[in-house]
Design a protein around this ligand. Structure first.
Ligand code: ASP
Length: 343
């Protein structure tokens, strides 16, 4: 093995490596060779860069928990051979994958930097070049011989975010992501400015532990005025359902009609865990601030505080695969596992 810092670039798919399919004129993912041939700058790094391509690469709308397991397994198998990892991924569900990985990669002590682009790498005005080059630089950066950002993060445009705090907010412009409830981990200008106070540095060095079980008996329900009882009832009655992320209004508010609260209460009594997160991109659930959240929380709904829906859904999937003990699950839902929630 060479002495150079080694970065594994895992290409899973996404726009960055897509081309227009002539018969349909739709964008489809192609091989990593397409990316590297468009980016001769890669050769200028004084680093050892190794590619790993998913076969087949996928549009991230087709990502599933199995796909997250595959990605986590690649990182597990390659962990000791590299100093950092860059994951090229479609933007559409990047925040779900990054959140899931943040739970699955326990004791992570190396950078796992997700990035992608809004325009394919072969398009003249692509944002993919800058994103990939900056992601590589961040994944390779060290401080006192230790990785600078030993977390699962997302680099997009010029900002580095904690992966499980990020949501996609723009389908058009290059600043596709935001992290409203947690500060940027770094910002790239002429230099890359690291926000040391926001980056998680492990206190004890423990070996990486990769969890490859995920339980998909969960759902995400977004409230809207006019939601019908039969609709809510049928969603909560799906056989085997274990957990619900309930996207409520504002600071965690929901209707106070009897039928609504009865449905929620009955679901909880049947053993389903319901986690309250807000539909607002920024801010937190604040139970009891309004009567509309006080009554909801009296049913036994759990407080998801300022978690993103992406983090909440994947946290449930992760925790249900770890334990069936409701008390234990509640303890972990109420605390931070990998910096996903402010407690
Ligand atoms: N549909 C693409 C994907 O998520 C969009 C992108 O890469 O930006 O794979």
């Amino acid at each position: 093995m060479s002495d150079k810092t080694s970065i594994l670039i895992i290409y899973t798919g996404g726009t960055i490596g897509m081309i227009t399919e002539p018969s349909t004129q739709a964008l489809v993912p192609v091989d990593f060779k397409e990316i590297s041939s468009q980016l001769p700058e890669l050769r200028k790094f004084d680093l050892q860069l190794e590619p790993y391509t998913f076969d087949p690469p996928v549009d991230s709308s087709n990502a599933t928990p199995d796909f997250w397991v595959k990605l986590a397994s690649v990182i597990r198998d390659e962990y000791l051979h590299h100093d950092g990892f860059v994951v090229l991924h479609g933007t559409d569900t990047m925040c779900f994958t990054a959140s899931a990985l943040s739970f699955m990669l326990e004791n992570l002590n190396k950078p796992v930097v997700f990035t992608g682009s809004q325009l394919p790498i072969g398009v003249l005005r692509t944002d993919g070049k800058e994103n990939l080059l900056t992601a590589i630089e961040i994944a390779a950066e060290k401080r006192d011989n230790q990785p600078m950002v030993p977390e699962v993060s997302i680099l997009f445009q010029n900002k580095l975010f904690r992966g499980n705090r990020t949501t996609k907010h723009n389908a058009e412009y290059f600043n596709a992501f935001r992290s409203e409830n947690y500060p940027c981990l770094a910002e790239a200008g002429i230099r890359i400015h690291y926000n040391y106070g926001a980056i998680h540095y492990p206190v004890n060095e423990r070996p990486l532990r990769v969890h490859t079980g995920l339980d998909d008996h969960v759902t995400l329900i977004k409230l809207f005025p006019g939601m019908r009882r039969d609709l809510l009832h049928s969603m909560l009655s799906v056989p085997g359902l274990k957990g619900v992320v309930l996207e409520t209004f504002g600071a965690g508010n929901a209707p106070t009609t009897d039928w609504f609260l009865d449905e929620i209460r009955e679901a909880i009594e049947s053993g389903i865990l319901i986690l309250n997160v807000t539909q607002c991109p920024a801010g937190s659930v604040d139970p009891g601030k309004y009567e509309t959240s006080r009554l909801l929380h009296e049913t036994g709904v759990l407080n998801g505080r300022d978690m993103t829906s992406e983090a909440a859904v994947t946290k449930l999937m992760f925790l249900f695969s770890q334990s069936a003990n409701p008390d234990m699950l509640k303890v972990y839902l109420n605390k931070s596992i990998s910096g996903e929630i402010s407690v």
